[in-house]
Ligand binder design. Structure first.
Ligand code: 5GP
Length: 231
């Protein structure tokens, strides 16, 4: 038995928003958080390792897993299948872990339908321009890939408001702190059953990010919590 109840945490954000980097930092700092390793039919990038970054499988293998009901959710994104294998996630939840699902918006919809208690965070790049630069800096995508991913990113950003929390990834350290604060607070909420209704915050304000004006929530800064008696 564990002293914390496990829970699922969706972590979305367009390709190039910096999700992997933020997540690696979270894992280093919190040993109760684990990340689900997804299965995909896309080709591995040069620096990716099978079983660490993804389980890389064929289309036929993926479809077999769907048929056998072994996926918690799956989606088609950018012409490939992506999905979350069910068994390890269920085991971690039983062990009291915070299980992060790094998935895109359609997968997030499916998880919300199945598990209404799930929490979700959306990582927002500071601007579309920065996102494009980050995609280009990878040197692993063709121009056509980059354009397709930018289009997909715009579609994903327009869904950001469906998430419990929006974190703008302007400065890595701020984004990591925001994410960890969300995890700790939700853990405490489950343990002590305290209220987190007012729990929207962040290092960034929507005014600074013109293209997300209509989707981002106004987030009070973290420092304000102690004053408001929420800490
Ligand atoms: P990438 O090809 O850049 O690694 O991932 C493309 C998109 O697929 C990202 O938004 C990523 O979060 C999402 N993704 C990765 N694994 C899964 C998964 O298991 N399920 C779903 N629905 N999306 C995933």
């Amino acid at each position: 038995m564990s002293d914390t109840a496990g829970f699922l945490l969706i972590f979305s954000g367009p390709s190039g928003s910096g999700k992997d980097t933020v997540l690696q930092e979270i894992l280093k700092r919190d040993d109760k958080t684990v990340v689900s390793i997804s299965m995909t039919t896309r080709e591995p990038r040069p620096n990716e390792v099978d079983g660490r970054d993804y389980y890389f499988v064929t289309k036929e293998e993926f479809e077999k897993h769907i048929e056998n009901d072994e996926m918690l959710e799956w989606a088609k994104y950018d012409e490939n299948y992506y999905g979350t294998p069910k068994a390890p996630v269920m085991k971690w939840i039983d062990e009291g872990k915070t299980v992060v699902l790094e998935i895109e918006v359609q997968g997030a919809d499916k998880i919300r339908q199945k598990y209404p208690d799930v929490r979700s965070m959306f990582l927002m790049p500071p601007s579309i321009h920065v996102l494009e630069e980050r995609l280009r800096a990878r040197h692993t995508n063709t121009e056509e890939d980059i354009q397709r991913r930018l289009e997909a990113a715009k579609g994903e950003i327009s869904r950001a408001n469906d998430y419990d929390y929006i974190i703008v990834n302007n400065r890595l350290e701020d984004a990591v702190e925001d994410a960890i604060e969300i995890i700790f607070r939700h853990r405490r909420h489950i343990r002590e059953n305290d209220s987190i209704d007012e729990f929207y915050y962040g290092h960034q304000y929507k005014d600074e990010v013109e293209y997300v004006n209509e989707v981002a929530r106004v987030l009070p800064p973290v420092e304000d919590f102690s004053e408001r008696g929420l800490k």
